[in-house]
Design a protein around this ligand. Structure first.
Ligand code: ATP
Length: 890
């Protein structure tokens, strides 16, 4: 069947569906079984076996395996088996790490899967887009991404951006007329296609093709985005790891040459060089970074922040400005109508939230709203021009909070939407959008058509020519215009959101089913409503936290400047001396003008989404890292332009979510701050883990280098080096990489963007710590080797002291700045556990006879164990002392 040429009823019969009731869930699941899921490409999932095999695909492993081969050729079987065992153990740890990270990332992807609205079993429901089947009835709204190819059968001002499919960047206005057979895709106006975006209006469509059968499916290769999800940090670190690998090879070659020059036996030199390669090369570095990112991102998800692009994690740590919406983010987004000006009289509305209990007062006296003709007319219009739903039994509330507040206010006067719908059926609508700042609905009562409109006072008032007064409808005089504006000002200064309500009796004999905004003229102003949306209880604290974290919070709202100022002041965003700029003022400025004053502006009012992009650009001109929140479809470009685009999960459209780097699922400003905290923590964890790992590697290299230089035998055997690598590198590193946030992480300034990840201080620290551990190790070795001429004991003790020093050092590595006393040692129990178990293992291998042979060690006494701890404590103690002295100086 050719979908665009047939009538929708013929298509419905062909697809065995019902345009009103939709499919039954039973039928839908049968079709899903038969036709498959609605997905373009099944992402190839890497199985556990592949991850395990991948562990052997590294230079280090090949070096080690060749060492095993050489050892067995030289009949050093125990050595060969031991090396092999350690290679396998290493692979298992690597596998566990990667598998865990992989699962964490898959779980996160699942959290952001797209959803679609369909009618099934006679009611509207939200289902995962992948579950859509042919015959489903799609309900489309502005901001939705179309989930499958579908034939339209009911629309209201539906406009679709089909750029992703046809390349045409201007939105296409859809209709439901039949098309000719040869109509090209771009002109098939009665069809909608998967992956395109609804930018305006609403529509109902019947799904005709899903998954690879869709037009998108046919050109699916176009969608194979090549972008890898590696963050810039990961990319840089991979480069560093690569460079370090070659540097290590060079040093090892040098040690090897020195050893030969010192006439050390070739075989032991070879195996030690191999061991050193394994110990020194930070091959686990990329895995540790992935784990730190994946775990951190999971922690963020628990705090209502979903990360869509991993690179955002890094940018969050440098964030200097957060531009945030007001409604629902800084405020609770639950509106309550408090004031109603009608017929020149100010009424106070009592009651809280969405509870319909509450009366109308005038001059502190209760009035009977059910009998007041003027009040009834305003409230009926507010309900007639309303998309929200409020069930009489109060069991279901649905829709935009501004509109719900109006339904609640009307219910307090005995007016219900259901009755209005029956009395005056809806004919057409001009939907609300934050650019128009108003919406209209046309209804028919018998043969008459009426337009009801509500919106921001300045958007409605200029279209009014008359006003409703107790004595009847009169022309608006200049004086009453000024009076209305003044009333709006004082309500706004009280922090109330204001809305004007008007209506118009339309001329007869015209088809009103397709209208444009030229009809919104000659209106009669009925009244002005003031509604309260209290600040979110946590928002004030979050704004304060931003301040201490060196981040500027900026409010961007479509609301009236006075309303915005009142709320911003209450939250601590606006202080005397700050500037408030409106959307129309932004329009008059060049981006340079705006960049000059952007630092002084804390509130933007009456702003439309296109102004947001100008604000982002202004900050960018000042080289400032800025985050921008948004939920509407028009916010998407600003979100894309910002360093971190934040979509508000509860209200954001699919298009906005796709443009965002992170999604805040509870819309709460506090969660954005939590995201910043976690972002900083992840970066911090990666930095400290890395310096821990590299300092360990440096220590081992220095030990071997100095020993060879002064002509001593090698202080550590290859198998000992491999063991050190196994128990001191992998597990403590994981515990460090997943450390909780440092309590004062939000008291520091944002990290400068230009600061390199591994700066001079980083390398100084690595070398300093490496020298400390190598000194105690070499000292121990020298004590037994030079003092008692006992090489085995010297190696054994040096080995154990080095392991103990490395393990203890992990506690100090938890903070670059704070001493071990300032960071509660028990606040990372995982690290405590890992260090204890690793130390226990170190002692245990001394008491298993086969391992004694493998490692060249012998049983130890309690006193010896204590001596390891005491000696191992020295590098940690010096490190902490150094931190303490430095802290005291600064
Ligand atoms: P933000 O979420 O950015 O703080 P906002 O929700 O305050 O913005 P908009 O939704 O753009 O801003 O609304 C701007 C103005 O439009 C409001 O101040 C109000 O006067 C009017 N308005 C809001 N919602 C509706 C609606 N559903 N119908 C008609 N007018 C509305």
């Amino acid at each position: 069947m050719i979908w665009h040429t047939e009538s929708h009823s013929a298509i419905a019969i062909h697809l065995k569906t019902d345009l009103q009731l939709g499919l039954s869930s039973l039928e839908a699941s049968a079709r899903l079984q038969a036709g498959g899921v609605n997905e373009l490409t099944q992402e190839k999932h890497i199985g556990p076996l592949k991850i395990f095999i991948r562990q052997f695909n590294s230079v280090v492993i090949w070096v080690l395996l060749s060492a095993t081969l050489v050892s067995s050729l030289l009949r050093e079987y125990i050595n060969a088996i031991a090396i092999l065992a350690i290679v396998i153990l290493n692979a298992i740890i690597g596998f566990m790490l990667e598998y865990r990270a992989d699962r964490a990332i898959t779980a996160l992807k699942g959290m952001t899967t797209p959803q679609a609205k369909v009618i099934r079993d006679d009611h509207r429901q939200l289902i995962p887009a992948s579950q859509i089947v042919p015959g489903d009835i799609l309900c489309l709204e502005s901001g939705d991404v179309v989930a499958a190819d579908a034939r339209l059968f009911k629309i209201a001002s539906l406009k679709i951006n089909e750029a992703s499919l046809t390349g045409e960047s201007l939105p296409v206005e859809k209709n439901i007329a039949l098309c000719l057979k040869e109509t090209p895709l771009a002109d098939q106006l009665n069809m909608v296609f998967m992956g395109t975006a609804v930018v305006n209006g609403t529509g109902h469509a019947m799904v005709v093709a899903t998954g690879m059968q869709t037009e998108m499916g046919h050109i699916a290769t176009m969608l194979q985005k090549a972008s890898s999800d590696e963050t810039p940090l990961q990319k840089r670190l991979n480069q560093v790891a690569y460079r370090l690998l070659w540097a290590c090879f060079a040093i090892i070659l040098l040690i090897f040459g020195l050893g030969l020059w010192q006439s050390l036996p070739f075989f032991s030199l070879f195996t030690s060089a191999v061991g050193l390669a394994v110990a020194a090369i930070p091959e686990g570095l990329p895995a540790v970074v992935t784990v730190a990112l994946a775990m951190g991102v999971q922690r963020m998800a628990r705090r209502s922040v979903l990360v869509r692009h991993m690179s955002a994690v890094e940018t969050l740590g440098c964030l200097q400005v957060i531009c945030t919406d007001k409604t629902g983010t800084l405020t609770i987004g639950e509106m309550t109508a408090r004031k109603l000006i009608a017929g020149g009289i100010i009424h106070t509305i009592l009651g809280e939230g969405y509870d319909i209990a509450g009366n109308y007062l005038h001059d502190s006296r209760e009035i009977n709203a059910n009998q007041n003709a003027v009040l009834q007319q305003v409230l009926r219009a507010a309900v007639a021009c309303n998309e929200a739903e409020l069930d009489e039994a109060h069991s279901s509330i649905f829709g935009d909070p501004t509109e719900i507040a109006l339904l609640v206010a009307a219910a307090k006067a005995g007016i219900w939407k259901k009755e209005i719908e029956q009395e005056m059926p809806r004919v057409a609508e001009l939907p609300f959008d934050s650019e128009r700042k108003r919406m209209s609905v046309i209804r028919r009562k018998e043969d008459a058509y009426k337009l009801f409109i509500k919106g921001a006072p300045e958007a409605v008032l200029k279209r009014c020519s008359k006003i409703l007064l107790p004595e009847g409808i009169e022309q608006i005089s200049k004086a009453s215009h000024i009076q209305i504006q003044q009333s709006c000002e004082w309500m706004a200064a009280d922090g109330l959101r204001i809305l004007a309500i008007a209506e118009r009796l339309l001329p007869e004999g015209i088809d009103y089913s397709q209208v444009d905004d030229s009809i919104e003229v000659n209106l009669t102003l009925l009244g002005i409503v003031g509604m309260q949306d209290p600040p979110h209880p946590e928002a004030k604290r979050a704004v304060q936290q931003c301040k201490t974290a060196g981040i500027k919070a900026v409010m961007i709202t479509g609301d009236h400047p006075a309303t915005a100022q009142a709320i911003a002041q209450e939250l601590g965003i606006f202080s005397p001396g700050d500037k408030i700029v409106t959307g129309s003022e932004i329009e008059k400025m060049t981006s340079k003008d705006l960049a000059n004053i952007v630092n002084d502006i804390t509130v933007y009012a009456r702003v439309s989404p296109e102004h947001k992009i100008k604000i982002v650009e202004a900050w960018k001109q000042r080289e400032t890292i800025v985050a921008m929140t948004g939920d509407g479809v028009n916010d998407a470009p600003a979100l894309k332009a910002a360093a971190v685009g934040i979509a508000m999960g509860k209200t954001a459209t699919d298009v906005t979510k796709e443009a965002a780097d992170i999604i805040v699922t509870d819309n709460n400003f506090m969660s954005i701050v939590a995201g910043v905290e976690e972002g900083r923590t992840i970066y911090n964890n990666i930095s400290k883990t890395l310096s821990y790992l590299l300092a360990g590697n440096a220590g081992e290299l220095i030990v071997m280098f100095i020993a060879i230089l002064v002509g001593w035998p090698l202080p550590l055997l290859v198998i000992q080096l491999l063991w050190i690598n196994l128990i001191t590198d992998g597990l403590p590193a994981i515990a460090l990489a997943t450390d909780a946030s440092e309590p004062d992480i939000l008291k520091r300034a944002p990290r400068p963007t230009k600061k390199p990840f591994m700066d001079k201080a980083f390398f100084q620290r690595v070398i300093f710590i490496g020298c400390l551990t190598s000194l105690v190790t070499l000292g121990t070795f020298a004590y037994y080797y030079l003092g008692y001429h006992d090489l085995t004991q010297a190696r054994d003790s040096a080995f154990s002291v080095l392991v103990t020093a490395e393990l203890l050092r992990a506690f100090g590595a938890r903070s670059h700045e704070k001493t071990i006393w300032q960071v509660n040692i028990f606040s990372n129990l995982r690290l405590f556990f890992i260090v204890s178990v690793s130390f226990f293992l170190q002692v245990s291998i001394h008491h298993v006879s086969i391992l004694q042979k493998v490692f060249g060690i012998k049983p130890v006494s309690l006193l010896e164990c204590i001596s390891w701890v005491v000696l191992g404590m020295i590098p940690l103690a010096i490190m902490e002392l150094h931190k303490g002295i430095r802290n005291r100086r600064t």
